[in-house]
Design a protein around this ligand. Structure first.
Ligand SMILES: Cc1ncc(COP(=O)(O)O)c(C=O)c1O
Length: 400
């Protein structure tokens, strides 16, 4: 029976106004079809490696089923510190302290906590766009305002201009969200860029919420993409959000971490306590296995993405009217000449080719006209999908 009550009018404003995901709108058109290639996703196709899953089942079998400290079990916090030592050598001239790490129920929950730590009602967070839409939406749900700062596109790369950041700052600005490598654009800030953004944040007493979730998807010889870890001083206002999802094929597990000055332990533990009250211990045991023994598995995922990246860029670079900057994270973000409604175009492409792309409009200002394609999956599937896409694009451009 249809529900005729106007439930939305009875809700709080932030809950009622929370936007639906623009990607989901295209996905709805694919429901019920099993011939679709879902390149709109933000994950690969590999299940979690066995040794990680085994650590979780062994923990359950040992009876680790009780409440634990909100900040995470000490073993996992220590493993996070070791992992960061391996990646960055040291922080402020010493090994990373385990007390900087707080285990969360996902990267997304780390983001929610970071927002709540730094911005209250009607305060503002600068969000470079195109951006993963969850960040701005979570800011609004927290009662704060996300102020878009549009990045500039050229096939040589996306840029975040300091002048644009300066123009967006007001006396209500509290933080800058910095997602590098970026979902969706793949923009990867250089160390010089990060130095300039840190100086900007210091100048305006802003926090930086550094989302380095894709930092291990480095397509150079370096173990990570450039990170604020190499630049910060002890009194810098930087919160790092991160996740186990992407590096170790654990998207469905829902576990991540927040890294913050240890002096913030009290408020962070409170925010965890009053939301999830902590993460399941068996998942934390799996997370330790991922950190301590997961480099080979991560390397294999990275190799898979590296080849996927070559397959899709080689195929689409040949088509006139398609433009993109070098892809980062595991996304190709490409523009199709003449497209002004990427949602409708993504639906048309889906209908004609069976290839599911995320429309650029879902990622805020600067995204319209673009499409996000995830290349973390199977190479044959990527080859077939980009062939079909290329054929369709060439035919539609010739007939236009
Ligand atoms: C930029 C970015 N940050 C954070 C996340 C959160 O990841 P999760 O909630 O799966 O841990 C994602 C997931 O797609 C992301 O793309």
């Amino acid at each position: 029976m249809p529900d005729r009550v106007d439930w939305l009018s009875r809700l709080s404003n932030p809950a009622a106004a929370a936007p639906a995901s623009g990607i989901a709108e295209v996905m709805k058109h694919g429901f019920g079809r099993d011939d679709i290639v879902r390149l709109w996703v933000g994950e690969g196709d590999q299940p979690t490696p066995d040794f990680i899953a085994t650590a979780a089942t062994q923990s359950l079998q040992r009876g680790e089923t009780f409440y634990m400290p909100q900040a995470g079990i000490p073993d996992l916090r220590a493993a996070l510190a070791r992992y960061h030592d391996r990646l960055f050598g040291s922080l402020f001239g010493s090994p990373f302290g385990a007390d900087r790490f707080f285990v969360t129920g996902s990267g997304m929950q780390a983001i929610q906590i970071a927002i709540r730590l730094v911005a209250g009602t009607d305060e503002e967070i600068l969000v470079p766009t195109p951006a993963w839409p969850n960040f701005a939406a979570a800011t609004r749900v927290a009662g704060a305002r996300a102020v878009p700062v549009q990045q500039r596109f050229s096939p040589n790369g996306w840029q975040l201009e300091l002048d644009d950041l300066e123009a967006a700052v007001t006396d209500r600005s509290r933080a800058l969200f910095l997602n590098s490598p970026s979902n969706p654009s793949g923009w990867t800030a250089s160390l010089d860029d990060l130095t300039a953004f840190l100086a900007f944040a210091r100048r305006h007493a802003l926090w930086i919420i550094a989302d380095e979730v894709y930092g291990r998807f480095s397509y150079t010889d370096a173990m990570t993409t450039p990170s604020l870890h190499s630049l910060i001083e002890p009194d810098d206002r930087v919160l790092f959000v991160n996740t186990f999802s992407k590096n170790w094929a654990m998207t469905g597990w829902r576990i991540g971490w927040l890294e913050a000055p240890s002096g913030l332990a009290g408020p962070i533990e409170n925010l965890i306590q009053y939301s999830t009250s902590g993460s399941a211990v068996f998942m934390q045991r799996a997370a330790i296995a991922a950190l301590d023994q997961g480099e080979d598995a991560l390397g294999a995922l990275l190799d898979r993405a590296r080849i996927g990246r070559e397959i899709v860029t080689a195929r689409l670079a040949k088509i006139s009217g398609i433009e993109f900057a070098a892809p980062g994270a595991f996304y190709l973000f490409f523009r199709i000449a003449g497209v002004s409604n990427s949602t409708e175009t993504a639906k048309t492409i889906l209908a004609h080719t069976g290839v599911g792309l995320a429309p650029g409009s879902a990622f805020g200002p600067g995204g319209e006209g673009f499409f996000r394609l995830c290349f973390a999956g199977d190479h044959d599937v990527l080859r077939t999908a980009t062939d079909r896409l290329a054929e369709y694009l060439v035919a539609s451009m010739t007939s236009a």
